[in-house]
Design a protein around this ligand. Sequence first.
Ligand SMILES: C[S@@+](CC[C@H](N)C(=O)[O-])C[C@H]1O[C@@H](n2cnc3c(N)ncnc32)[C@H](O)[C@@H]1O
Ligand code: SF4
Ligand code: SF4
Length: 348
Amino acid sequence: MLSAPIVVSIAITSRCNLRCLHCSASAGEGLGVPDLGREEWLEVIRELARSHVFEIVLTGGEPLMVPWWVDIVKEAVRAGMRCSLNTNALMVTEAVVSVLRDIPGLGLITVSFDGDDRDSYESLRGQGTFERAVAGIKKLVNAGLRVRLFTVVSRLNVGRLHGIVENAKELGVDSIALNCFCPVSVGKRHEAKLSLSTDEEVRAYQVVYALRETFGSFLDGSFVSRALLYKKWEERHQGERLGPPARLGCGAGWTTVSIRPDGEIVPCDMMWDAPCGHVLRDGFAKVWRSSELLGRMRSLRNMTTADIEVCRRCRVNDLCSGGCRAVAWAHGDLFGGGHGCPIAAGVY
Ligand SMILES: C[S@@+](CC[C@H](N)C(=O)[O-])C[C@H]1O[C@@H](n2cnc3c(N)ncnc32)[C@H](O)[C@@H]1O
Ligand code: SF4
Ligand code: SF4
């Protein structure tokens, strides 16, 4: 176990200017408990620095909603940590850009972007948002900042993947990640509208292979990984596995951890309903070392895909970690797997 995670994602506010249908952070609805304030977050930053955390990722809610977001970034940089930002970019003004440009060692700015035209974007993020997001992205790119787009693939945009990636190229960003939708929190309520059927998922994989051929590593993300894995599965014959079954688990609890707006430490951004202890009341280092749930996240590494019934005989189970742990948790079994996987569904 590392003495501290490498990257800590901190959701500095539950407030948000949007009400996206998929939101894992229940933004705008809150957690029923107050968010930490400026002074408390500054103390959190100092605590993370004392624990030798390498990088913090500012997220939320929408981090630019709180006027003191920049104080948090400056404190992190002063304490020697790298700092990155997740934003919907609607509140990116010239003033925001000039603050960001002056931050030494600023990491990636990840901007959510889930459509290539007004309809596909606004069906998820709400009316009157598309042009403002594009304007924000252009400001960041024009200032020479490193921007990565983050697209959640859902029923609302699955027919637009080509346009989304081409548009990203035209906008001049560094890369784009196509990521899987995680049916949690607000997103759980809209699962029927957002989750791909197995057919839609497999058809989308074909589109993604073609896009990878054209755009190479400009395009990545968990949905792309899933598509590439599926291609391997199609190419291999039963028994052609090249290695032993892969270990379960991901970086959550190993190299990364997240902090909710109220200060509760959670394994990842998609597991806000899994509090492990409070960053200030219990202490970051103590929770990292002794939380029972973080311990269980780590113990996944002692298991392999052979320990999951639906994955045991899969011919790519040497390349796959059995699926997302947040989704397994949402299904009530942290040690389960294969959720949302067309191969596990046995349809193909
Ligand atoms: C919770 S938002 C916070 C930052 C900012 N408000 C934004 O939208 O970029 C962080 C990222 O998580 C993504 N996200 C939200 N809900 C999700 C879900 N259910 N599954 C996968 N990604 C999700 C968003 O699209 C966004 O890119
Ligand atoms: S995904 Fe981001 S922008 Fe959308 S509601 Fe959630 S926090 Fe707000
Ligand atoms: S069946 Fe299991 S091991 Fe195979 S691809 Fe699906 S989740 Fe991965």
